[in-house]
Design a protein around this ligand. Structure first.
Ligand SMILES: CC(C)(COP(=O)(O)OP(=O)(O)OC[C@H]1O[C@@H](n2cnc3c(N)ncnc32)[C@H](O)[C@@H]1OP(=O)(O)O)[C@@H](O)C(=O)NCCC(=O)NCCS
Length: 174
């Protein structure tokens, strides 16, 4: 599988062993995890990280993760991942995290659009889904800019930092 994807400003590279420090810092950062869930222990972060180093196919149960970098500067921007949710109906879920210093530049939207195109061309996915909390306005805006539609809002469906939040379920059929 092609491990590098290019968009106008970004280079997406499949996560590799040398990305450990970046991954550890993302999942232990309370600000970045505010709308996703509790920060994770280093052990749990490492366990997930090692799963994601494995080769990926449509039948994999682990996430396929790319590190996002600015092509011009080489600076880390964040990460984006997809995971097969329905093998028969070729449906994938997308998740993404942009570092504090790279927010507000349209990078999340650019990366999602590019990953959707790549995933359709390479794996034949014909539907994408995403979940975020109702109060997470920036993420909802990103999903809408990427062409996703709000299917439903499920009340009090996830606990984040001891509080039940409503989840928004988005989808896009290619
Ligand atoms: C949510 C996140 C991915 C956005 O990344 P980003 O690169 O800044 O996103 P973009 O620049 O592509 O687009 C952000 C959009 O949200 C809007 N926005 C940002 N903060 C907002 C807020 N508080 N309320 C409403 N809209 C907001 C921006 O104005 C922009 O929309 P616009 O282009 O119409 O002006 C990033 O903040 C992040 O990674 N947060 C932490 C991890 C996370 O929550 N991931 C998503 C899990 S569901």
């Amino acid at each position: 599988m092609n491990t590098q994807i290019l968009s106008a400003r970004l280079t997406l590279t499949k996560v590799a062993l040398h990305d450990w420090e970046l991954i550890r810092s993302i999942y232990s950062n309370p600000t970045l995890m505010e709308h996703i869930g509790a920060t994770m222990s280093e052990e749990d972060i490492r366990r997930n990280f090692e799963k994601e180093l494995a080769p990926w196919s449509l039948d994999s149960t682990h996430w396929l993760t790319w590190i996002i970098r600015e092509t011009d500067s080489g600076n880390d921007v964040g990460l984006i991942s997809i995971c097969t949710r329905n093998r028969e109906h070729l449906t994938a879920e997308v998740g993404f995290i942009i570092l504090e210093g790279s927010k507000g530049k349209g990078y999340a939207t650019e990366a999602i659009r590019r990953v959707f195109d790549f995933a359709v061309d390479t794996f034949g996915f014909n539907k994408f889904t995403a979940v975020c909390s109702e109060e997470h306005a920036a993420s909802r805006r990103v999903l809408e800019k990427a062409g996703m539609k709000l299917d439903k809002i499920m009340p009090e469906s996830t606990e984040i930092a001891g509080k039940m939040v409503n989840d928004c379920f988005y989808s896009l059929e290619s």
